[in-house]
Design a protein around this ligand. Sequence first.
Ligand code: PLP
Length: 477
Amino acid sequence: MTVLNWRARADSVAAGPDPFDIQAVRRHFMFLDCGRIVTNNAASTQPPRELLRLQASLAPEYENVHRGQSAASQLMTARFEQSYDTIAQFLGAPSRACIALYRNTTEAINSVMYSLLTEFRDGDNVVTTLMEHNSNYVPWYAMCREVLPRLGRRVDYRLARFDPRTGELDLEHLASLIDARTKLVCCTGASNFLGTRNPLAAVRALADASGYCQPSGEKRSYLLVDGAQLVPGSFVDVRALDVDYLAFSFHKLLAPFGVGVLYAKEHLLDASLPFLYGGDMIAEGRVFPWQVEYNALPWKYAAGTPNILGAIVSAQAVRILVDLALTPGRPVYFGTAKPLPRAAVRSAMERISSWNQQLTSRALDGLEAIGGITIYGPRDPARRTSLVAFNLAARDPVSVAEALNRAGVESRAGCHCATLAHHALGLNPPASCRLSFYLYNTPDDVDQAVAAVAAVTRRTHFRLLPAEYPRSRLRPR
Ligand SMILES: Cc1ncc(COP(=O)(O)O)c(C=O)c1O
């Protein structure tokens, strides 16, 4: 196929997908050329070769967007704007007006914090959980402890527990923390350490019942979901979930680094203050010494020259993801701007989720048989995403990860930025080793990873956990 054909192709969605063709999927990825066993996908996934070529293929018409009358600029603008449509379709959002693009999940969540900052009233609170990534805790901590006190406002944050045995969110505790002063409930869709998929419908119901009076007149708490671990391997429909905000990063969904998404309900983006101010987020010609008017959505949230190529490539990552899951040998959506039907997105994401679940189930079975291992999170692979974090008795997790690397297995050790959850489990050091799988991993990858972990436990010369864990060994994220 040509790498980029922007005209909608006439051919339709595959009538019914064949069995998941893992070998056809793997042919799209270059990491296999060097024999890597890529099992650190919860950190970042690998880009298929088509996406990298796509980036290069955009060079002849390389131009800024919304800032030129040349044909190249018009074309780039159209492609850039289409990428918002693709992302909205992937999430089931009503339109591109609900999408803001940032650098990553972290920036997207911070943008919500800054947009809502002026709305918090003295005595309000934010409820989040002990299983959050620091990206969905530290902004709220900083807002409550550092920013709002300087403005003379007192707002609390509250942290819901999880069951240390099962890794499941403690809904009763969460319910007890939410009250009529809870403006916002922030919850991860899936934990990047425990793997737990959170019951978002139940969390939504609790947020609905708070009775908090929002400026819009709504009487309920807003719900922000950190979708960084949920979106890449699950069918997510923002309208069905009724989330007010959802954030995720494309570098965990096949795209190169640099683009994160904030979905938000249109009326919220419409009413909120922008996160960043400057060019392009203002209405054309409507800037005066006495008044400034903002641009229409979604451009109100696109101040300054955006990551144009990143946005285009990221939206095409969604398209190739759907193709890989449904028709890996025959692209249907990649390289086009044709609408992504919900049925195709659902079918693709369910196939990816099911493949990931098979891999995770195999990993859990294999790892559980290893003496001295502690595995965190739910035992049922259906209750978790495709990552497994563990510790080996008296083993330093960073050294375990280094030993796995010597065996050719890529993992990640540290607190994974889920520092609160490691502390909540009493882990000292607050660290674990994590294997994580994605649609291009095979059962053989899983077996090799499990065998490498088993081999680590058999090594007599393996370094024991030091009494005082040197802080320098803790990776920053
Ligand atoms: C659950 C979760 N939230 C947020 C993030 C932060 O993502 P980013 O580094 O892309 O901002 C991550 C990254 O690992 C994550 O797993």
